[in-house]
Ligand binder design. Sequence first.
Ligand SMILES: [Zn+2]
Length: 285
Amino acid sequence: MQQDIKQLSKHYDSLALSSFGRSLTNKKLYLLKLGTGPKKITVVGGVHGRESITSLLILKLIEDHIQKDNIANYKLDNILKEISFYFIPMLNPDGIEIATQGLTNINLKSKEFYLKANEGSNDFQRWKANGRGVDLNKQFPAHWGELKSKTEPHFAHYKGPRPESEPESKALANLTRQEDFAAVVAFHSSGQVIYWYYNQSKQQYHHDYQLAQKLSQAAGYKLVSPQESDKYAAGYKDWFIKEFKRPGFTIEIGEKNGDKSLPFDNLEQYWHNTRTILLTLAANI
Ligand SMILES: [Zn+2]
């Protein structure tokens, strides 16, 4: 991915590459900016180890948004004058390394540590957490204390010792505090659904729900109901909605796939589904 994004940013002058932090194993957390507009939207992927396909999806969306003059009815030139996209293709490079390569290249902790966190299994493909067994999407200060969680490092669902205890979640939170984003989008897998609710006030609820319906139409993904959404907390979009009172979305790409990664062969299909989703958001905020 590092090579891909370096090539992308070399090839396209309109794309600005930087990094906003480092992972536990010192890997850069990359940020690619596209657009010159005053309204900023951040688009995050690769939050969970086994969801690396969302990193590829973001790179594909970036290239598509640069190469095309029009996508559906959207004129890219006009949108990119109004909006700046802050693309973060991979928030969790260590977790993705574990899920895609096993323990070959990671020596942050002992083999025993990882085996215990993975319930004794040598198959690490289901790994969701970061390099030390913390779920990066349960790390944000939005009802973190009340969130039920595993109590020690685990391949999934351990919220860590405190909010923003991990360098990856902390870097994203700091960037978000710094940049005054108008909206945030996080791509995850799987289920073909969109989370948009987090205890919004009446007025904000109405606004965000309308926007969510538009995104749902653009992707053909269903909206998750507030009742269902209430089971979760401390996610990035939860915190963004609570803290900044602006819209945040978690978009689960691909058909429900349990503990497994989505098949890479389906990337084209996921891209096709999500192709207008960011533009729909950009045109409506
Ligand atoms: Zn996820």
